[in-house]
Design a protein around this ligand. Structure first.
Ligand code: GLU
Length: 547
């Protein structure tokens, strides 16, 4: 067979050679790792995708390298309209911005583009032509019907399905036969002429899973589909080579294809990248574990975090705890540092899938929220509310300094309260500052007459200027003088000698002012409400206690 003639027959319009492209895209040089996120724009960004992108970015960052975004849009049927911009927006929101590659609609940066696969057709064809010229690829006219029939036969014979060995009907067509087929308008795919054998084993060191051994690839896989578009396998090899990727970090559903990929790199004369395969994020379900599912779990879509108003940084923090087992400890030791300072390492990735736990995530989010100032909370919360909760947006923006004063309560101290995990929690958290329709059902069980008496007396000593300690000292002194035990234990010992404990006294006041038993610092709340409002609420409770 004259492979040169075959190559010209199949690719008459391809005039460049691989050497031309090697010149256009020279090796990057430097020691930094080059990683990429290579999604297909077939749906909204999934938390698993964000996880892979974050890991890829951190690996590049840690080594002073480059992280780029490539769009793998070779499957036009599955593409969705806003796919690309959703991915870009999604990454940006979580701070996983690429250093290079696709930046927006028809916008890219970097010297290794185009970074959108549908715009690289000529490049793939050039490398495909070279494979044909070397006798390593051939056109296959078998078509779907033949593939179906051999599959049925292979299943019957209980052998592996696929195009290999004796099933490769088009492997040895003559140039004449190929010409005839083409002349008669038959469509064809381009297949690899795999030199591999199932008997041989190959191995590679996975950056996460360690040494992996598998049988060598012996399938004549498709490299170009009938429309001339490459398969994932082929595009992966060509792109990651030309773009200078040193580390391919991707989902472990691709492990089974690694023998194909390693073979392609070798046949194309490329150095293979280092592979690191990430296990999927798991979820506990009915006592067992399963993959986080797009269909079943709302938290699988990154839109969930936006809608709920989780700080995007909290999502990053949580993904880092899932990615590196030592992240939590690092965070505890460095509460104030930005998470970019964490020394990320692939060695610390879990080999089996990390477990996504919504409660744990909420804790991480609460901790994250404690790190923001009242002004920052105000900005985050209003921009979230503007999109998702207009009544809250109006309340907050009607009086920004009031809202900020609410957020400032118990913020920034040694032991910050952790009431807010997400901006949508703020409505409930701050409700009594805005609308006050008390039911008093949380009042302590000390009898209405006692509540009447203590609130009436409290009004006499209340001074809005009192700061926390003085404020409480006064309250306590009054309570003791009115016959309240200094603590619940004392009270329980001699219930007949007291009206209750000082804590009951304080609870009555808290419920009068907030209608809740559990709130942040009451003194601060009363200061934010202001003297007039605080007194009017106490009066209202006094009225209630008279009935
Ligand atoms: N487009 C492939 C996917 O979305 C990329 C896999 C890879 O990172 O190589 O699964």
């Amino acid at each position: 067979m004259d492979f040169n003639a075959l190559a010209e027959l199949l690719f008459p319009e391809i005039t460049k050679t691989p050497q031309d492209y090697e010149k256009i895209y020279p090796p990057r040089g430097g020691d930094g790792k080059v990683t990429r996120f290579a999604p297909s724009p077939t749906g909204f960004l999934h938390i698993g995708g964000l996880f892979a992108a974050l890991i890829s970015k951190r690996v590049a960052m840690e080594s002073g390298g480059t992280f780029y975004l490539r769009i793998e849009d070779t499957d036009k049927k599955r593409e969705i309209d806003d796919g690309v911009s959703e991915i870009i927006k999604g990454l940006e929101a979580f701070g996983v911005t690429p250093d290079e590659g696709v930046l927006g609609f028809e916008k890219e940066s970097g010297n290794y583009g185009p970074y959108v696969q549908s715009r690289r057709r000529e490049i793939y064809q050039t490398y495909a032509k070279e494979l044909v010229r070397k006798g390593l690829a051939y056109p296959c006219f078998c078509g779907a019907d033949y593939m179906e029939s051999i599959k049925a036969q292979q299943e019957k014979e209980k052998v592996r399905t696929g195009y290999y060995g004796k099933w490769t009907r088009c492997r040895d067509l003559s140039l004449e036969e190929v010409k005839e087929n083409i002349a008669s308008g038959k469509s064809y795919v381009l297949r690899l002429r795999s030199p591999g054998s199932e008997e041989n084993r190959i191995s590679f060191i996975d950056g996460i899973k360690g040494k992996i051994e598998m049988p060598e690839n012996d399938m004549d896989i498709v490299v170009l589909k009938s429309d001339g578009i490459p398969t994932y396998h082929f595009a992966h090899a060509v792109d990651d080579h030309l773009m200078g990727t040193t580390d391919v970090i991707r989902g472990d559903e691709w492990i089974s294809s690694a023998p194909i990929h390693l073979q392609l790199f070798e046949l194309l004369g490329f150095e293979a990248p280092k592979y690191s395969h990430i296990s999927p994020i798991m979820k506990e379900d009915g006592g067992g574990k399963r993959k986080l599912s797009k269909r079943k779990d709302p938290e699988a879509a990154v839109t969930f975090y936006h809608e709920q108003g989780y700080p995007t940084n909290a999502v990053t923090e949580y993904l880092l705890t899932l990615a590196n087992s030592n992240y939590e400890e690092w965070r505890r030791d460095n509460p104030a540092l930005p998470n970019e300072d964490f020394p990320f390492s692939l060695d610390k990735m879990s080999v089996s899938g990390a477990l996504f736990d919504l409660d744990k995530f909420n804790d991480v989010a609460k901790n994250d929220v404690t790190r923001y100032s009242a002004d920052e909370i105000y900005d985050f919360a209003t921009s979230w509310a503007e999109q998702y909760n207009i009544p809250l947006y109006k309340k907050l923006t009607d009086n920004p300094s009031y809202a900020k004063a609410i957020f400032a309560i118990e913020r920034g101290g040694e032991k910050p309260r952790k009431d807010i995990a997400k901006w949508s929690d703020i409505e409930e958290y701050s409700a009594y500052f805005y609308d006050f329709n008390p039911t008093y059902e949380n009042m302590p069980e000390i009898g209405k007459e006692n509540i009447y008496a203590l609130l009436t007396e409290y009004k006499k000593i209340y001074s809005p200027a009192d700061e926390n300690e003085a404020w409480f000292a006064k309250l306590k002194e009054l309570a003791l003088s009115m016959g309240y035990a200094k603590n619940p234990k004392e009270y329980k010992k001699n219930p007949d000698s007291y009206k209750g404990a000082v804590s009951d006294f304080a609870t009555a006041l808290r419920v009068a002012v907030t209608d809740r038993r559990n709130t942040p610092d009451l003194c601060a709340i009363m200061q934010v409400l202001g003297e007039k409002e605080a007194l009017s609420r106490i009066d209202k409770a006094i009225e209630w206690s008279k009935k």
